[in-house]
Design a protein around this ligand. Structure first.
Ligand code: ACO
Length: 361
């Protein structure tokens, strides 16, 4: 059998398959840069729309420079699809219903318009699916409202307070883009075939929902609730690690130090003063986990990743665990869309090799 000289890298570590101007993850320094700005200089300081504008520089149509009304109009358009899909909301998970929603939309010819419309639509589908599942009526979007404010309004049906809006913006900006993570890579693979934006985003959602990627924050909350009292943390964590289980919310493929997004989200908790007790409990559990991981895996730096404080922050602003991954998809969709446009305009078909280890002829 002819063997082709190729590198065998099952997790594609240290393989560069794209050049990007969008974001850079420096795993050694613990730094995340979005188009020349550190994540700490954007998250907590800009609204989601402003941060998307920053990320999408050069990718937007002249009519899209103010994204608040563009997203608002797109939310209203997406809402028209909700009634027709409503009967399936109870059967499907929120994230699967969101994908169905994407498939049902009438799509424009221009991928930059689609980027705006699909990102906005995901917020509408998340909130509508959730309400339908609970037997509530979906709420019509307010096209004038900011993205985060309207998302919270469509979910809860009441005016959100400023702390919650700020926390939502901080979260959505923090997770906007992150190099070639598994879901972004998936979007780029599909884009590399010159497929359309909707298909790229739909495939990316499929990659995101796995527990090793965007599905981790739900189990983080399970862990915090299972442990209950911080004094029980050491024993609980020890049992998990001895059983060979992973602690969700810790470890990262690229970061060899702390994930900077964990700190950005942790910082956002400071303004939620009415929840100090719950936050302190989570921090105590985090410290116990870090100590145990150091003992169990002394050769590997396993620090807190974005998912740990995602769970704590989203729980604090009224999102239950079934909505964590769907919300991740809403924020990250703007990052995926930018990568899709970049890949479609400058990339090459992504087509790696496999090594055949089956029987010979
Ligand atoms: N808890 C316990 N042990 C861990 C953890 C963890 N959270 N993470 C890694 N390890 C251990 C592994 O068991 C392995 O040990 P071994 O060498 O003795 O077998 C070693 O560390 C290396 O693990 P890999 O899976 O090779 O590391 P990789 O870089 O592929 O994993 C990953 C990264 C998948 C995120 C991993 O750290 C993990 O499973 N974490 C928990 C899930 C999680 O929090 N996911 C969210 C990631 S952030 C995001 O995607 C948005």
């Amino acid at each position: 059998m002819t063997q082709i000289a190729a590198i065998h890298a099952p997790g594609l570590e240290n393989i560069i398959v794209a050049e990007t101007t969008l974001s850079h993850v420096d795993g050694q320094k613990g730094e995340l840069i979005l188009r020349g700005k550190a994540i700490d200089d954007i998250a907590g300081k800009q609204s989601f729309e402003e941060a998307v504008c920053h990320l999408w520089q050069g990718l937007l149509l002249p009519s899209q420079t103010n994204l608040t009304p563009a997203f608002g109009t797109a939310r209203l358009k997406a809402f028209q699809a909700v009634e027709q899909l409503a009967p399936l909301a109870k059967e499907l998970s929120v994230i699967d219903w969101m994908r169905l929603g994407l498939d049902s939309l009438t799509i424009d010819e221009d991928e930059r318009t689609n980027a705006v419309e699909l990102t906005a639509a995901l917020a509408v589908f998340l909130t509508s699916a959730r309400r339908l599942k609970q037997g509530q009526t979906p709420i019509t979007p307010d096209p004038e409202a900011g993205f985060s404010k309207d998302l919270l309004f469509m979910l809860h049906g009441s005016e959100p307070d400023k702390e919650a809006i700020d926390a939502m913006d901080r979260y959505l900006v923090t997770i906007l883009d992150h190099g070639l993570n598994a879901s972004t890579f998936t979007a780029r693979v599909v884009a590399s075939t010159l497929s359309d934006m909707r298909s790229c985003l739909s495939a990316a959602i499929g990659a995101l929902k796995g527990p090793l990627h965007g599905g981790a924050p739900g189990p983080v909350l399970d862990m915090i609730e299972d442990i209950g009292e911080p004094k029980k943390a050491d024993r609980w964590i020890e049992q998990e690690l001895n059983a060979g289980n992973r602690l969700m919310g810790f470890g990262h493929r690229v970061y060899r130090v702390r994930d900077p997004r964990a700190d950005v989200l942790k910082e956002g908790l400071k303004s939620l003063t009415h929840l100090t007790d719950r936050i302190e409990k989570a921090q105590a559990i985090e410290q116990a986990a870090l100590k145990a991981l150091k003992r169990h895996k002394p050769d590997r730096v396993l620090d807190t990743n974005v998912e740990f404080y995602t769970a704590v922050l989203l729980d604090a602003i009224g999102f239950d665990r079934t909505l964590f991954t769907p919300l991740f998809a809403v924020g990250r969709s703007a990052g995926w869309a930018a990568h899709v446009i970049e890949q479609q305009s400058a990339g090459k078909l992504i087509r790696p090799q496999s090594r055949y280890i089956g029987p010979s002829i």
